[in-house]
Design a protein around this ligand. Structure first.
Ligand code: FES
Ligand SMILES: [Fe+2]
Length: 452
């Protein structure tokens, strides 16, 4: 079928009044052959077990916010499938990650998070210094002294990016900066490390972890799944990018109606869907433009920048594009860490299997917000935990987003069900709007094949 003519994302950027950051101008036009994907990648226990052995111990993963490990002795346990990693801030201020398994008889050393002067196993009391050196054991005459001294806790690689603690269980893995391609360059101006967590919701969902992740790397589903956003979401104008094996991105323009439904909405409706009532009038006053001359993106940008003045100095604010005030600029660092760029509330997602459950996952939604630089960093929000049967709408703090995420979450167990019920054992993907799905599966296949 021929694609109808409508402005591309890059065309929308041409309308901006200030210069466009390189990150947004980058338009990679990936060529990933249109192909089918076999359903067993989501349904077969054997594939899940291959991931446990050949994916999770090899990839960079977001473990937590660095603010969770601020002072010496702060610790946090990050669990992923059968692995458990104990992250610790040492006396010297370094971040370290240890396999969370006592070298005596294997008990997990810690659970959850807290603060501790030493790492003492709650079973028989073997004890380590915060930097992983062996400290002491009761009845030490029971053990060979030289052996005890060698009981240093095995480490994983730890680094930070954007205020997140990133780990890799593989000591041979390339550094995160290399692994994540242009991620740091692109986020240089969006500085997630300068933000605090204003909301964190962790929800269990009845589906394979990849099914949840895939629902957030394409905007194609919005027309059917989220009809209420069509007045202000140009899903069909989305740009899809790939930067190497481990990084991809969708930019979906906001503040314009979806091209296929544009005739249904006025400029004022598109604006006020994002700003709330009165936003259009406010934009006219702020810009001095007439109602016929202003575009919906200009109007929303003007209202948003007025709000950003609370936390941004005027020089920086003058460089902000309308795009960076509203668009969904959503990256995926393979396999499961998805930060948003831009200056609005930065949503960040993470998707993990629920323990060794191939058909259950845990999805994290974080909101990162800015605060005035002359004020102390607000404390991070407490985690809201929702079980399999709970709705996002139960988390009041999500506001209107709750209904939106429930629309996604309603699909996911049904996708799992349908994939298991598939007669053909295969699915097809859209040539452009679902290319990131194929890109993800290409990279996944290289990890799983490496184990064969
Ligand atoms: S299992 Fe940890 S001290 Fe015995
Ligand atoms: Fe969605």
């Amino acid at each position: 079928m021929n694609k109808p003519e409508f402005p591309s994302y890059q065309d929308l950027l041409d309308e901006e009044a200030v210069s466009i950051p390189e990150a947004l101008r980058s338009d990679t036009r990936p060529d990933i052959a249109s192909n089918v994907i076999a359903t067993d990648v989501w349904t077969d226990r054997g594939v899940f077990e291959k991931e446990v052995e050949h994916l999770w111990p090899k990839v960079w993963q977001m473990a937590c916010r660095e603010t969770a490990l601020q002072k010496a002795g702060d610790y946090l346990v990050y669990d992923i499938t059968r692995y458990s990693i104990l992250l610790v801030r040492t006396e010297s201020g370094e971040l370290k990650g240890f396999h969370n398994s006592c070298l005596h008889r294997g008990r997990a050393l810690k659970s959850g998070k807290g603060t501790s002067r030493e790492l003492r196993c709650p079973y028989h009391g073997f004890c380590w210094h915060l930097d992983g050196r062996f400290k002491e054991a009761y009845c030490d005459w029971e053990f060979d002294e030289a052996n005890l001294a060698e009981l240093t806790l095995p480490e994983v690689q730890v680094t930070t990016w954007g205020g997140w603690v990133m780990i890799n269980l593989d000591p041979e893995a390339p550094p995160f900066e290399e692994y994540a391609s242009v991620l740091s360059e692109h986020f240089q101006r969006w500085t997630p490390e300068e933000r605090y967590v204003s909301l964190h919701v962790e929800k269990k969902i009845h589906c394979n972890w990849k099914i949840a992740m895939e629902a957030f790397i394409e905007s194609y589903h919005a027309i059917q799944t989220h009809p209420q956003i069509l007045s202000f979401t140009g899903g069909d104008n989305s740009q899809y990018d790939v930067f190497g094996d481990h990084l991809s991105r969708t930019i979906t323009a906001q503040g314009i109606p979806n091209p296929g439904q544009a005739d249904r909405y006025s400029v004022q409706e598109s604006v006020e869907a994002m700003t709330g009532p009165g936003g259009f009038e406010q934009a006219l006053q702020l810009t001095g433009l007439g109602a016929d001359a202003i575009s919906s993106r200009q109007a929303i940008g003007a209202v948003r920048k007025e709000q950003f003045a609370e936390f941004m100095d005027p020089e920086r604010l003058a460089t902000v594009t309308d795009a960076e005030t509203m668009d969904s600029i959503l990256y995926l660092v393979f396999p499961n860490f998805a930060p948003w760029g831009g200056f609005q509330s930065q949503i960040t997602y993470r998707y993990r299997p629920d323990g060794m459950n191939a058909d259950g996952c845990i999805m994290d939604i974080y909101l990162l917000d800015a605060y005035p630089s002359d004020q102390p960093r607000p404390p991070d929000a407490q985690t809201i935990r929702l079980g399999y049967e709970q709705k996002y709408a139960e988390a009041d703090a999500l506001g209107l987003l709750g209904a939106l995420f429930d629309q996604d979450a309603n699909n996911l167990p049904e996708v799992q069900k349908g994939l298991m019920a598939s007669k053909t054992g295969r699915v097809i993907t859209a040539s452009y709007q679902e290319l990131r799905i194929r890109h993800f599966h290409e990279t996944l296949a290289t990890y799983l094949q490496a184990g064969d």
